[in-house]
Design a protein. Sequence first.
Length: 400
Amino acid sequence: MHSHIQQLFDIAAKPSRKIIGLMSGTSLDGLDVALCELSGNGLDTNISVLQFMTVDYDADYKQRVKAVFAKREVDLQSVTLLNPWIGLEHGRMINQCLAKWQLTAADVDVIASHGQTIFHCPKRQHNLADYGNATLQIGDGDHLAVTTGITTISDFRQKHIAAGGEGAPLAVYGDYLLFSSRDENRIMLNIGGIANFTWLPQTLDANAVFSSDIGPGNTMMDAFIQRHYPAQHFDADAKLAKAGKVSEPLLGALMQDEFFTLNFPKTTGPEVFNLAYLANAQQQSGTQSLSHADIMATLNCFSAQMIIAAIKQTTAQLDNFVIYASGGGIHNPVLMSQIQHALPEVAIKTTADLGINPDAKEAVLFAVLANECLVGGKQQFSNAREGIPGVTMGKISFAD
Ligand SMILES: Nc1ncnc2c1ncn2[C@@H]1O[C@H](COP(=O)(O)OP(=O)(O)OP(=O)(O)O)[C@@H](O)[C@H]1O
Ligand SMILES: CC(=O)N[C@H]1[C@@H]2OC[C@@H](O2)[C@@H](O)[C@@H]1O[C@H](C)C(=O)O
């Protein structure tokens, strides 16, 4: 037997495993690094987040990734070069985190890497008869493994697509295992670049559980700020949005996309919800001369309204459920107050109330998926028709 296979066997047989979960999302703000300790698997998974850091990307990093991010036409050489380069950069960032935490590679069993999505394209979006759902994450796992000296599991989304899903949201697989509860119905709401949610009914019925993207979370607001205020990455504390007034005609035009009429689950990305989408909505509604502040107020309201509509649609028959929010959008006071205002009876908590730092939640998800890859079985979901196939995800790279 190859020593690598023995090594995997030994890791799987340990009473608990230390797994570094990595997430680099659509916001391109930084690499989320969560060092987790996991024991058990499936619904018996126990997790504690031992360390968490977001390693901010510098301007040069962002510029290189943005050159290919969510673009239909790119320089193929750049994509080819970025694939190993991001793997190396992420590896270096992990090495920095380990040094800071006074740990070495030997203290970590596995890295679980999401990589960087550069294009997400469900079939309904490209509409080409010969092709199915597709998504592309770069930041090669072998490079991460060799740079850190730690076995790396990566590229989780391809199996999901191969088995009938859209490659996202994978949140359902982690949320169900970590957060489902017989005590209450839960909506796990993540507001990253794209907003998504997982529905966790208190029946724990694996076939009723689902995750879906909702639409833009921060992505359009961030893109607008970065275009017009290049020194800023986002509208910190919604300062600009607070200074503006929502334009009803623009809001109406923004809400007109076919995506919002589709049933859950569904996925999307900045390939659809971007500044060109805004420009088109402004043209449709004759609102080209709005001030920056009014546009920001309207984009903020657009994200909020779509989140509210998704939650209301999912919980229409219920009078008791709790929202557990996560992702950078929870730090946006205008966004969060609109959601609370529209759902006055509903408790809006964060995943911190369930023991998981809301900024770390997606990185933790990938640690859970890696744990399942090593010691779990196929997940309970068998509703492939709903885009949630019962699969084990991830590809394994060894360090030597
Ligand atoms: N203080 C704040 N005020 C307003 N917005 C904030 C604040 N802090 C963070 N954000 C928003 O959160 C974003 C980062 O969110 P997050 O890290 O969850 O995104 P992501 O993981 O890249 O996205 P995705 O989940 O779509 O992949 C920032 O770009 C910004 O829009
Ligand atoms: C293709 C892709 O990277 N999608 C991300 C993105 O960011 C949020 C939303 O869109 C979600 O569908 C997904 O990430 C999370 C981690 C998921 O798969 O659950």
